[in-house]
Design a protein around this ligand. Sequence first.
Ligand code: IPD
Length: 322
Amino acid sequence: AFEDDSQTSRAPISQSTYYLLSNNTYYQESTMSSSPYHAELELAKSAALKAGEIIRKYSGNSGRSNNSAVVCVKSGVDLVTEADTHVERVVTQIIKAAFPEDDIVGEEDQVEFPKGRQDDPFPTGRICKLLIDSAYNFISIYPVDPIDGTTNFVHNYPFVAISIGFIVSTRQQREVELEHFSMVNQQELIVTPPTSVEDCLLVNNIGHCRRDDFIDESTDRVNKWLRANLRGYRSSGSAAQNLAHVASGQVSCYYEHGYGGPWDVCAGIVLVKEAGGVVWDARDGTDLQMRFGKGSVCAGGKRVVEDVLRVAGKPTTTFSKG
Ligand code: IPD
């Protein structure tokens, strides 16, 4: 979408660049000699490292996460702590200081000031309105989850992620680009080869919904996988971490009907696709299109995802609270 680099004021830099367009076409331009987004990547990395320092401070030397964090209940069993809002504020400040025009969609901020309604296509019209109203040809958007795995954090279960996604929405077609960088902690990514439920290590979060029909459907699904001889079942409490683990081949497949929102999955989608995997909507087996609010996801190597979905059957429950 960025054929004309003069549309951006950002310095081109030599590196491989990958794009995912909203119309589901995915391509790599390894020969591309310049990327206008290098500065954003570096900024996101330093913001994530700073966020990690803050989270560690709240955790203290004993590794206890909740020592100094105030815990609130957002809704039902969905928690938020002082650490979540602190980290989100700092990440937002870091990005805004460098790129004041860019838009940040932070998970916690959305509770009070939502930039869309559940199920609006993401980025929502409200976010892109800025684009239409302004003289800009594009808008850069960062979906941010300051602590993905807040319940883990509150319980001192030491698995949380900071998730910073990056999207460019252009004026022309409002196409969405996600820039891909194929490393987690500097290691190359590749999804593992399992092809069926029988050789699959599956990670499945059940999320925050406690409605009877949702619980019944979720537990029936686990039942079906186990009866189909699923090799291993895990539930980790962090969607972003699950996607990173799929991308690095540490788990075979991640399934969640009712993940929290685009801030949970935006960055992880890029990692899995770049590692050669698929990220599908678990309801219909199509490429996942992010929406504002909760969604349904199944990610991994194509063949194992097909088998996991075949055994699970179509989820039919909605994600509303209960
Ligand atoms: C949650 C975690 C959890 C998933 C939920 C998410 P949060 O994010 O990713 O694993 O089951 O759907 O909302 O609330 O810890 O940022």
